[in-house]
Ligand binder design. Structure first.
Ligand SMILES: NC(=O)C1=CN([C@@H]2O[C@H](COP(=O)(O)OP(=O)(O)OC[C@H]3O[C@@H](n4cnc5c(N)ncnc54)[C@H](OP(=O)(O)O)[C@@H]3O)[C@@H](O)[C@H]2O)C=CC1
Ligand SMILES: O=C(O)C(=O)CO
Length: 329
């Protein structure tokens, strides 16, 4: 009899859709879902799961306790690039490879960053709100200071798939672009600078890093204070890298003239969160990577990896250093 791989799907998506994506991969794949979206439901579902597609929301995060509750777990596939809702270290210790969908949404996120930068330069979100409210603030917009994007010194923090794509787009628009990342790239289209130096010379700062213990709070109050007065911030990475309270304080002090935020320390953003009320902020609900094309790329990457498991072939894009040939536990 063909052995069955039980694949636990944790994203809060329509079950019919998820079955339709994965079940055609083979009769030996059984797609299952947690009975309830809480820790008890997660642990119960993990007891006999061989494969997991993790949750992008963090609601059913695979923390160390969840990993301990999963004795058969052999492979974790994330439905995106960030792996911050998965304890990759605990999974590595348990010999479980974790793969992401590297690069699947880089173009989508980079385009969002450029669009948000244009919007900040011209106060588009503020002006839309003002006109809808019955105003006609022609002169006020000019008084607030408008900018052409090519005049802005762009600094990109993190030069992976998103950072590199954003650098190419900003460069094509004529903006001078610099970047910082742990290992400078010989093929970069932008100029490498040390982090504090980059901040001091950036009119428009774009965050494109993963959230890890080292990057949590990396762009906090002290580093935001290095930016030129009236700088702009675009965060498409993760909220914890630039803590919400520090971003708010920098907006209040005028160090930041505006911020475009797709990600927050806690998601969904609380209904009464002060960021929602700040007039110089452009907000979106963690959808920078959410284009149809990016979703197609992501689904293809996930399906290819699950198909590889079924075929006894190595998976790709393993992020935690474990052997990519998935073995039954
Ligand atoms: N808002 C959204 O919808 C989306 C957000 N994201 C977020 O953006 C992040 C980046 O995505 P992507 O560019 O595709 O990822 P990549 O893995 O391609 O790039 C990550 C970059 O961050 C750098 N980096 C990694 N760890 C550290 C560290 N500890 N300190 C400094 N630099 C570090 C890497 O540099 P080096 O190689 O030098 O270490 C690399 O340049 C994701 O992890 C995710 O959190 C991603 C997709 C969609
Ligand atoms: O791919 C990611 O990490 C995302 O944040 C997309 O939701």
């Amino acid at each position: 009899m063909t052995p069955t791989w039980r694949m636990l799907a944790l994203p809060p998506l329509d079950e019919g859709l998820v079955r339709g994506l994965f079940e055609p991969l083979g009769d030996e794949l059984e797609v299952v879902f947690p009975a309830s979206r809480d820790r008890a439901g997660l642990h119960a579902a993990l007891a006999d799961a061989d494969l997991v597609v993790s949750d992008f929301t963090g609601e059913l995060a695979l923390d160390a306790a969840a990993v301990a509750a999963a004795p058969r777990l052999a492979f974790v596939q994330t439905p995106g690039v960030g792996t911050d809702t998965v304890d990759t270290g605990a999974l590595a210790a348990a010999g479980v490879p974790v793969a992401n969908t590297a690069g699947s949404n880089a173009r989508a996120v980079a385009e969002w960053a450029v669009g948000a930068a244009f919007a900040l330069c011209r106060h588009l979100a503020w002006s839309d709100r003002a006109v809808r409210a019955g105003g006609w603030p022609q002169l006020e917009i000019l008084a607030r200071g408008t900018r052409e994007l090519h005049t802005q010194r762009v600094g990109i923090v993190g030069y992976g798939a998103i950072g590199a794509e954003a650098a190419r787009l900003f460069t094509a628009l004529g903006a001078p672009v610099s970047y910082w990342t742990r290992r400078p790239r010989p093929d970069a289209v932008a100029v490498y600078r040390e982090l504090d130096d980059l901040l001091a010379g950036s009119d428009l700062l774009v965050l494109a890093l993963p959230l890890t213990p080292e990057t949590r709070g990396l762009i906090g109050a002290e580093r935001l204070a290095l930016l030129p007065q009236g700088a702009l911030l675009v965060n498409v990475a993760r909220g914890g890298i630039a803590p919400d309270a520090d971003v708010l304080a920098a907006l209040e002090s005028g160090r930041l003239a505006g911020a475009a935020l797709d990600v927050f320390e806690s998601e969904p953003l609380e209904p009464d969160h002060p960021l929602r009320a700040h007039e110089n902020v452009l907000l979106s609900p963690h959808t920078a990577g959410g284009t149809g094309q990016a979703q197609l790329n992501m689904v293809a990457a996930m399906r290819d990896n699950i198909a590889a498991v079924l075929a006894g072939k190595p998976v790709v894009n393993v992020v935690n250093g474990v052997n990519p040939l998935v073995e039954r536990h």
